[in-house]
Design a protein around this ligand. Structure first.
Ligand SMILES: NCc1[nH]cc(CCC(=O)O)c1CC(=O)O
Length: 313
């Protein structure tokens, strides 16, 4: 194999946000360690996506998940970058022809975090009628299920922007993924929420690396980075999401845990206005994640009945 070198570095594509860059640096460090190569053998290539440029509207109004990936996937297909580092939870369920997403780094904290400038430890402590900010349909619906009296407002932007909105009194509390805060070095910003209280998004906390299917060198370089346990958990979660045809319009939560060779998959689907929700779980062998994901999705779909997803745009 042609090893990357400072003269011909292996090109790692990433979004340019602070969190995305941190994830790309983590990937580079793992590649350096796995192959005994210097930092200069890898080049980080930030790519601005439509999703990064559109700051003024709710993302789902302009096109959903693919907005953060289209330019990056084009760059891989054109050979301008060798691999792309992603937050797997922001990825569409299927990759474009010619690309594969099959390398997952060891998963970070999967939990959501509760963020407030006050003393409240969680949702239950907020006063009647308080305002909560979030741009996530899932978190919005989960909040209303638990606290129908709260008002939820749209909250976009990076961590700093969201904290400023709390300071400005736009909302009393918000949520951030613990994984992002840990990777940025600020886990104390939020109080972790038990997944039993608020089930996270499918693939939350998991960095996924995409490459060209026929790129044998990228496949070989990435092979030692893949975390088997994370892969098994995501196989269950992503099969669950795929069977539900999860789009950005559908509030869906899902989390698989691996204990020895047993996999436990929990899932939840919600009405966007929090007026209905259905949750369940499946248990099985570690390798049966895809079947478990489909089985759980079908069970929740039949519990919800026809029409549950009819608000989908
Ligand atoms: N949708 C935005 C997004 N995509 C990935 C993360 C955090 C890192 C992760 O969950 O892997 C976040 C921020 C958040 O949800 O608070």
């Amino acid at each position: 194999m042609d090893m990357p070198s400072p003269d011909a570095p292996f090109r790692i594509g990433t979004r340019s946000s602070v969190l995305a860059m941190a994830q790309a640096r983590e990937t580079r460090e793992r590649l350096m360690a796995a192959h005994g190569l210097p930092e200069a053998a890898f080049e980080l290539i930030p790519i601005s996506t439509a999703g990064d440029r559109i700051q003024d509207r709710a993302l789902r109004e302009v096109g959903g998940k693919g907005l953060f990936t289209k330019e990056i996937e084009e760059a891989i297909l054109l050979g301008r970058i060798d691999i792309a580092v992603h937050s797997t939870k922001d990825m569409p369920n299927e990759q474009p022809a010619g690309l594969v997403l099959d390398c997952f780094l060891p998963r970070e904290d999967v939990r959501d975090g509760f963020v407030t400038l006050g003393e409240e430890g969680g949702l239950a402590d907020l006063p009647e009628g308080a305002v909560v900010g979030t741009s996530s349909l899932r978190r919005r619906a989960q909040v209303i299920v638990r606290r129908p009296d709260l008002r939820v407002v749209e909250f976009r932007g990076n961590v700093q922007t969201r904290l400023r909105k709390l300071e400005d009194g736009v909302a009393a509390a918000t949520f951030l993924a613990m994984a992002g805060l840990r990777r940025l070095g600020h886990p104390e910003t939020a109080r972790p929420i038990d997944p039993g209280d608020m089930l996270p998004a499918v693939a939350q906390g998991a960095i996924g690396i995409e490459r060209r299917e026929d790129d044998a060198r990228a496949r070989a370089l990435l092979a030692p980075l893949h975390d088997r346990a994370t892969g098994l958990r995501l196989a269950a979660e992503r099969a669950f999401l795929a069977r539900l045809d999860g789009s950005c319009e559908t509030p869906i939560a899902g989390l698989a845990d691996l204990s020895g060779d047993r996999l436990r998959l929990r899932g939840e689907i919600l009405a966007p206005d929090g007026t209905a929700h259905h949750a369940g779980e499946e248990e099985g062998a570690a390798g049966d994640g895809p079947e478990m994901g489909v089985a759980l999705a079908e069970r929740l779909l039949s519990a919800a009945g026809p029409g549950f997803f009819d608000w989908r745009g």
